[in-house]
Design a binder for this molecule. Structure first.
Ligand code: NDP
Length: 330
């Protein structure tokens, strides 16, 4: 059986080119579950894979796409039957395993989960890994006892995939959200999503050398790392909690122990890739029900396999906004 896929190839001069190609299901890696992909979505990791980042993808040619939602076509595992509606995010999908920017994927049976009630395939990919990660970050804050009366929650990289959904879900859950963005022109969008205030990214780049700053936030969802995260940590209230998941500002974190030992703050790392299956299902259930933000549609841009690369390039320049849904097949 033949199908369409976006394929990234390595050129002899170490540049990378993506093109739509025709592949055969026989080319797919081994696995118990063959899935007809209907929707995928764009994530920063896909952008890195598309330019040959070997930390994400070692071997080319390769089909990126760390997210996929669709229908089981064939299964050698009793937990899945032909026609089941499933979603796959994380694990090795789209990294070194042929990913969701293709009409078919084949994966181990431990990767897909059945779509929870209340979540369509399309909506699951409006969230995708970014939305899942935003929700997982919120889960960790709540687990640490952070509630709306605790105080303000600051979200960095607020117009990005993870950030925008964190703003939307937290606001929906009644939290007071402070959004941090480098895009002045999208302040209104962030306010529409429910942010109570929006502050410019430059204001979160403390270079004073002071170990502590004014205590302003009960919690933080950081998606960018670097000195922005270091500044956020210094600005947490006593007992504050921050999650970190990303590195678009920098993978480095230079800080001191003072916020930890004088204010009792916590920093929690968030990983959506190997998150255990029970928690994975719980998070998707939340996204389909009580954590589903009303204003999410404002965040969604749509594209097809033909136009994916244009939007990945925007992401690499830090110019993307919201979520990009990929319509893969009918
Ligand atoms: P996006 O590209 O959608 O968004 C990133 C946002 O960060 C941008 O929209 C921009 O928002 C801000 N930004 C861009 N460049 C810079 C910069 N130089 N300094 C500071 N801020 C910047 O990415 P995602 O939201 O999908 O992912 C965010 C991060 O989280 C990535 O590093 C990604 O790899 C990581 N991630 C990790 C996961 C995990 O499991 N740990 C899962 C998913 C994502 P604005 O202009 O509003 O500031």
């Amino acid at each position: 059986m033949l199908f369409k896929a976006l394929e990234v190839s390595e050129n002899s001069d170490k540049t990378y080119t993506s093109a739509l190609v025709t592949k055969s299901v026989d080319d797919l890696p081994p696995g118990e579950v063959l899935i007809k992909v209907q929707y995928s979505s764009l994530n920063y990791k896909d952008a890195l894979s598309s330019i040959g980042n070997k930390g994400v993808t070692r071997n080319y040619p390769h089909t990126p796409g760390i997210d996929a939602a669709g229908i089981v076509e064939k299964s050698a595992d009793p937990h899945f039957n032909r026609g089941d509606k499933v979603v796959v995010t994380g694990y090795d999908l789209g990294m070194n395993t042929s990913g969701g920017f293709a009409e078919y994927i084949r994966v181990p049976a431990s990767w897909p989960i059945h779509l929870p009630h209340g979540l369509s395939r399309k909506r699951s990919m409006m969230y995708g890994t970014a939305g899942f990660t935003a929700a997982l970050s919120i889960y960790h804050l709540k687990k640490q006892g952070i509630t709306p009366p605790s105080g303000k929650i600051i979200v960095t990289g607020a117009t990005g995939g993870v950030g925008s959904l964190a703003v939307a879900i937290l606001s929906h859950l009644g939290f007071h959200v402070t959004a941090v963005t480098g895009k002045e022109e999208l302040v209104d969008l962030l306010m529409e999503l429910g942010a109570k205030e929006v502050i410019p990214r430059d204001a979160l780049n403390d270079l004073s050398g002071r170990p502590l700053l004014k205590s302003q936030y009960a919690a933080a969802i950081d998606t960018v790392g670097g000195n922005i995260l270091a500044t956020v940590l210094k600005s947490l209230q006593y007992g504050g909690v921050a999650t970190c998941c990303g590195l678009v500002n920098s993978p480095e974190l230079h800080t001191t122990v003072y916020p930890f030992i004088l204010k009792g703050i916590s920093l929690i790392g968030v990983d959506s890739v190997l998150c255990n299956r029970a928690l994975r299902k719980e998070i998707w259930e939340h996204l389909g029900t009580d954590w589903r933000p009303a204003k999410m549609d404002k965040l969604i841009n749509s594209c097809t396999l033909d136009t994916v690369q244009t939007y990945l390039d925007l992401m690499l320049k830090g110019q993307g906004a919201g979520r990009y849904l990929v319509r893969v097949s009918p």
